[in-house]
Write a protein that binds this ligand. Structure first.
Ligand code: HEC
Ligand code: HEC
Length: 278
């Protein structure tokens, strides 16, 4: 498979603006032309589309089912001192452009560095998808207790840098250092979804974030049917326990349309082939 181009690189060349993304979301040269299916189509409810995106992008997985906050990472034997905040209480104080800059670039309106929020994967969301996501966030009912400011524990600091435990800015820098290859218009929907989702754990270049998540070449073991099933139900081949990846299928990717899942599989296939036969 011939590597056609890296779209971010092309945007850079055309606009001769290769600086790292800044807080100026409105002029982000890298907003995608591609979107999740249905946005802008007649009959699509924008808030419902935003709600679907929030499930695919796992906002609830980290911030809790009602987005009222929970410790991050959840399920650790000792606390990290970081909370995926109660955004039902903080979002109402942010205007839409603050919110967009935070989600895309990790720029907090308080001017502080964000911990772990995976903006790296969200930075190229298309305008219409971003608007729908923010539209949905505007409908959340404020509730629960406000969550504490980040106060990293020793336990966390010893583990920083392992896998995906990076400050948001560093996550973005690493992600942008090796953009996902583009295999042309036909695979652009798959590339768009893979970038917004899989890269959070498998790395911006899909080459894995050891020791947390393996390189995407693991997908080579799946035929199309088993791969689609993994993405719809979280079931692995051989019914093995694959931990967090099982939930990625059952809770996140189950919200993709069948055609979106099909496009994810096609993009990953092209990527694996390219990776194995450079
Ligand atoms: C992998 C876990 C994770 C995912 C997924 C995630 N977040 Fe976050 N997010 C965090 C953490 C952790 C923080 C707190 C960072 C800090 O306080 O420094 C945060 C902070 C935020 C803040 C700032 C809140 C404040 O209190 O000022 C907003 C807004 C936000 N996230 C929105 C979202 C949205 C919208 C999504 C889905 C598109 C999302 N997050 C997905 C982990 C996550
Ligand atoms: C929240 C983190 C996370 C996200 C997001 C994620 N993965 Fe994974 N994935 C993992 C981890 C961790 C493993 C290793 C699981 C194990 O072997 O225990 C894994 C394993 C896999 C495997 C191998 C499963 C097996 O049978 O061993 C495939 C295939 C895969 N991921 C595909 C994807 C695709 C495609 C996406 C995006 C649509 C994606 N992953 C998104 C964390 C993630």
């Amino acid at each position: 498979m011939v590597r056609i181009t890296h779209s971010f690189g092309v945007a850079c060349l055309l606009l001769s603006a290769c600086s790292a993304p800044s807080g100026n979301a409105a002029s982000n040269p890298a907003d995608s032309d591609t979107s999740f299916e249905g946005v802008g189509a007649e009959g699509t409810d924008v808030v419902e589309h935003g709600r679907r995106l929030s499930a695919i992008l796992n906002c609830q997985g980290c911030h809790g089912p009602d987005l009222q906050g929970r410790p991050f990472p959840s399920g650790w034997p000792e606390p990290s001192g970081i909370w995926a905040s109660n955004i039902s209480l903080t979002v109402p104080d942010m205007d839409n452009s603050d919110l967009e800059a935070l989600i895309r670039f990790g720029d907090h309106p308080d001017d502080r560095e964000l911990w772990f929020m995976p903006s790296s994967s969200f930075q190229h969301l298309s305008k219409p998808d971003m608007e729908a996501l923010i539209g949905f966030l505007r409908t959340i009912k404020p509730g629960g207790e406000s969550t504490p400011h980040p106060e990293p524990t020793e336990y966390l600091l010893e583990r920083m840098g392992l896998g995906n435990l990076l400050m948001t800015r560093e996550k973005i820098e690493r992600h942008n250092a090796s953009p996902l290859p583009s295999y042309g218009e036909e695979l652009s929907l798959g590339r768009y979804i893979v970038e917004a989702t899989c890269t959070e754990c498998h790395g911006g270049d899909l080459r894995g974030l050891p020791p947390f998540a393996p390189p995407m070449t693991v997908a080579g073991a799946y035929d199309d049917k088993a791969f689609l099933e993994l993405l719809e139900t979280g079931r692995a081949i051989g019914d093995r326990d694959i931990g967090v990846m099982g939930q990625v299928g059952s809770r996140q990717m189950s919200n993709l349309t069948p055609n979106e899942r099909h496009n994810v599989v096609r993009y990953i296939r092209a990527w694996v082939e390219d990776e194995m036969n450079p």
